[in-house]
Design a protein around this ligand. Structure first.
Ligand SMILES: Cc1ncc(COP(=O)(O)O)c(C=O)c1O
Length: 382
């Protein structure tokens, strides 16, 4: 290692994170089958579905497994066209465009769409990938208080910017609450704003066609950009936007994460397509999971935490203090339950939590076990 002040800073930062219970590590799970996993975003358990696997294998048959280059320069898998048509039909939009991940979608779309002349109104608790896209674009950022429509309205109506975009997660990844989409649509119309929503945690779960919150709320036609990822309920990899033809053309020409990155391989697309087709033919899976989450929340009672404003399969167990969140995570782990402790900067200071994500792979006895140990926690013991 070269001597450099940069290494000194790195050492200081690591020590400071360790001292304040904010040091992150990639967990090692070993190979126990006995652990109940509440850390997964595979909400419908499709990573373990033989139906999806068999269909993905059929779609992959005789195709190359490797990859060539960016879609802009090389011949790409024909599954791109199929999956984009499937997404557009699912979301009821003119067309769709697939990216390499949800992160690459948000960064690429916002960087491509916004310039220094654009003002973005962003819910304070939006996902980090939205904030990274905003930074990349160099646009003016105005954060509004979490799901506070008065604050959004005040900020939008007093803005002198010509180009305005409202961006919100539809279901918030660390809180499991829903954005008030109908109100956002009203505010956007009044103030001539474009709307972009991130359906990462809602697609596959909410709505009659399990299309997400736009589907559930019936406002899909009023949303300009519906973004989603294939890494959550679909248990795949990749992101997408469902949009009009003109926006798709624009994004193909401007999104650097699409233009300057090698496209997804055929095998990944095959899983994604199989999973979308599967959930579209099993729409009751979403409402079944929501019903389990409702019962779970009402049975989850303690003096040492709250479950916040969750109304979905994501249930935060908010302890406030970082040390307490780590103690709860360790206590759960000792009792065969794996769930991550989420601390600042991922969530605001004072709102540390253990994030439980319920999923269709949990049995009734798993749920009872989790509730029993949670409700027995004394607030401190690790
Ligand atoms: C709300 C939200 N948007 C985007 C992403 C990024 O998606 P991906 O994991 O596919 O990169 C995530 C993932 O954590 C997310 O929670």
């Amino acid at each position: 290692m070269n001597a450099s002040p940069l290494y000194d800073r790195i050492e200081r930062e690591i020590a400071s994170r360790k001292n304040s219970s904010l040091f992150r590590q990639i967990p090692c799970f070993g190979c126990s089958n006995d652990i109940i996993d509440l850390s997964t975003n595979s909400y419908l358990n499709l990573h373990d579905s033989s139906d999806v696997r068999d269909e993905a294998q059929r779609l992959s048959e005789g195709k190359q497994s490797g990859n060539l280059a960016s879609r802009i320069v090389a011949q790409y898998s024909p599954l791109f066209d199929e999956i984009e048509s499937e997404i557009a039909s699912w979301k009821n939009t003119e067309t769709a465009l697939v990216f390499n991940s949800g992160y690459a979608t948000n960064c690429g779309i916002i960087q491509g769409l916004c310039t220094r002349d654009t003002e973005v109104f962003s819910d304070r608790l939006n996902h980090a990938s939205i904030y990274d896209g905003i930074r990349l674009s160099g646009c003016k950022l105005t954060r509004y208080k979490h799901i506070d429509m008065k604050d959004l309205e005040t900020k939008c109506s007093s803005s002198a910017s010509k180009e305005k975009v409202i961006i919100t997660d539809s279901v918030f990844s660390m809180d499991g609450d829903r954005a008030p989409l109908s109100d956002i649509v009203t505010i956007a119309k009044k103030n001539h704003c474009i709307i972009m929503i991130d359906e990462a945690h809602a697609a596959g779960i909410l709505g009659e066609h399990i299309g997400g919150l736009a589907d559930e709320t019936g406002v899909g036609d009023e949303i300009d950009i519906i973004m989603g990822t294939m890494s959550k309920a679909l248990a795949g990899c990749g992101g997408y936007v469902a949009v009009s033809h003109i926006l798709r053309d624009y994004f193909v020409n401007t999104c650097r994460s699409l233009i300057y990155s090698t496209a997804l391989p055929h095998a990944t697309l095959a899983h994604n397509l199989a999973a979308i087709r599967y959930i579209r033919s099993h729409p009751q899976m979403g409402s079944n999971l929501l019903a389990v989450a409702d019962t779970f929340r009402t049975s989850c009672r303690s003096d040492y935490f709250t479950t916040g404003n969750s109304t979905t399969q994501i249930i935060p167990v908010i302890t406030g203090d970082e040390k307490r969140a780590l103690a709860l995570k360790t206590y759960l782990c000792k009792n065969r339950v794996h769930a991550p402790a989420i601390r600042p900067p991922t969530v605001p200071a004072g709102t540390s939590r253990v994030r439980l994500s319920l999923h269709s792979g949990l049995s009734r006895s798993d749920i009872e076990h989790i509730l029993n140990i949670l409700n027995e926690w004394n607030g401190f013991d690790a």
